[in-house]
Design a protein. Structure first.
Length: 246
């Protein structure tokens, strides 16, 4: 998979992209990440990428020319059309479903916005998708780009040691993840639940599912409104509610 990141601050990426899972994915050749400095495509000697907004108002707006030229330089002749994503508070909310969808693409171009935003013609004629990572305002699109790259990278085949690991993640199946334990069995008076030591795989499965439902009910009940719950899930959830566990 190839991801091109268009930014005016490429130096911000020189840490998150060179460590941990993303580093391994790049070393294995599973993920190619290119950082493109939008200023390199500026048409004036000052390498400016912004200007005052028509109609007045505070702040500056990113000009269309450098962005168009930078995007066009990323698209190979005769190649397939990539998904061109503008990172903006106005976009659709990023979630695990969307991460999985993007992980299935061959080529993504991420445009990191700044200032008061980008010239509207970038949206009209260039961008194929707009994404937001939350209802708050950041100084630019660089941090959202890192979040999206991280979420996508771990879903690519061959990146994680255990391919089934992502299926157990929070949100991957519509619920929060169940509690996890490791050694020692007893730590400062706190003991691992006996069912996890029983060796009974069916009891362990039911316990984990029940705990996932309970945790979701307690912390993110909104997820239950859209989760695809089985008859077994509904029975377990009814037990949780009736017993007052939630």
């Amino acid at each position: 998979m190839r991801i091109d990141v268009l930014t005016i601050f490429p130096g911000m990426f020189s840490g998150p992209l060179d460590e941990s899972i993303i580093k391994r994915a790049r070393e294995k050749g599973i993920l190619e990440i290119n950082l493109i400095d939008i200023r390199a495509f500026s048409q004036d000697k000052h390498r400016s990428v912004d200007d005052y907004p028509y109609g007045g108002g505070p702040g500056m707006v990113m000009r269309p020319e450098p962005i168009f030229l930078a995007v066009e330089a990323c698209i190979p002749l005769g190649g397939s059309s990539p998904e061109i994503i503008l990172l903006t508070p106005q976009g659709e909310r990023f979630n695990q479903r969307l991460a999985g969808e993007l992980a299935g693409q061959e080529h993504l171009i991420l445009i990191c916005g700044h200032y008061e935003g980008v010239d509207e013609r970038v949206r009209q004629a260039l961008v194929t998708r707009e994404i937001s990572i939350g209802d708050y305002v950041l100084t630019g699109g660089e941090l959202p780009a890192m979040v999206i790259i991280d979420a996508i990278a771990r879903l690519l085949p061959g990146v994680l040691g255990a391919p089934e690991g992502t299926a157990e993640d929070s949100f991957s199946w519509g619920l929060l993840e169940y509690p996890q334990y490791t050694r020692p069995r007893i730590f400062r008076g706190m003991e691992v639940p006996p069912v996890l030591l029983s060796g009974n795989h069916e009891e362990i499965r039911l316990w984990r599912r029940r705990q996932a439902l309970k945790r979701t009910w307690q912390r993110r009940p909104d997820l239950l409104e859209v989760a695809n719950l089985s008859q077994e899930d509904r029975r377990l959830l009814a037990e949780v509610v009736s017993e007052g566990d939630a």
